[in-house]
Write a protein that binds this ligand. Structure first.
Ligand code: F6R
Length: 240
């Protein structure tokens, strides 16, 4: 499948500030719900971590109220750890637990990158382009597990996590030692193929990364590539 770079423009991204993360998450969830209602077989790019949790809760509620069905929807998660000591630490488990087990999605349509053949993920995504990509941002500006220094042209690949990222994510593990050192992640180029991108930045720890992002595009802040996307919106709540 030929791979074409979207026509990128240097536009200023839309930024939505909200001091209430429930409202912020509701805005994003409603966008996703509207997309799925109008295009039931749409493709969603999903993230793990704490940032999207309220969005997932809103999606579950909308499903329970009969407002939306995910029966035909397909998903591609951004990343997956390598070498987790228990299944509960995997992002597959996280997504099942936080979203997939509570909606009517067919799990055969929910995808995670395979560390044995990372590039296969790009081929699959090229065949089912992502309509809406949800992103969090790391305190060092990473998106997916594209750490500072990752090429803007990167495809899905194995990434070595920085100590900072491992420390930040250790809250999800029994101990720091159990946080994997590697992950397989969509590349920055892969992420940029999505039709629409929503990045959620919650909490004061994300301030530095966001301000770096608005400086010149530079691989020192991977999220700064989003400035080149024609339809990326940043949702910010600095509280806590
Ligand atoms: C998770 C992911 C990461 C997180 C980022 C922020 O799939 O790709 O980039 O979005 O590390 O994590 P939280 O939301 O826990 O602050």
């Amino acid at each position: 499948m030929p791979y074409t770079r979207p026509e990128v423009q240097n536009e200023i991204m839309e930024i939505i500030f909200q001091e209430n993360r429930e409202i912020l998450s509701r805005i994003i969830a409603e966008k996703i719900i509207t997309l799925v209602q109008h295009k039931p077989n749409c493709v969603l790019g999903l993230a793990t971590g704490s940032s999207p949790l309220l969005v997932y809760q809103d999606l579950i509620q909308a499903y329970e109220k009969g407002r939306v069905s995910f029966r035909k929807t397909r998903t591609f998660n951004l990343d997956e750890y390598l070498g987790c000591s228990t299944e509960k630490d995997t992002y597959r488990y996280f997504m099942d637990h936080e979203l997939f087990d509570h909606i009517d999605i067919d799990k055969a349509n929910t995808h995670f990158p395979d560390p044995a053949c990372p590039k296969e993920y790009d081929r699959q995504i090229a065949l089912s382009p992502i309509d809406f990509q949800l992103l969090g941002i790391g305190a060092d500006g990473h998106i997916g597990f594209n750490e500072p220094g990752t090429s803007f042209d990167s495809l899905t690949h194995i990434a070595v996590l920085t100590e900072k990222t491992r420390r930040d994510n250790s809250r999800f593990f029994a101990s720091f030692a159990q946080v994997p050192e590697k992950a397989v992640t969509m590349g920055l180029y892969t992420i940029m193929q999505a039709q629409e991108i929503a990045l959620i930045a919650l909490g004061a720890s994300k301030k530095t990364a966001i301000s770096q992002m608005f400086q010149e595009e530079n691989i020192a802040c991977p999220a700064s590539i989003l400035k080149k996307h024609r339809n990326a919106v940043i949702y910010i709540d600095w509280e806590k």
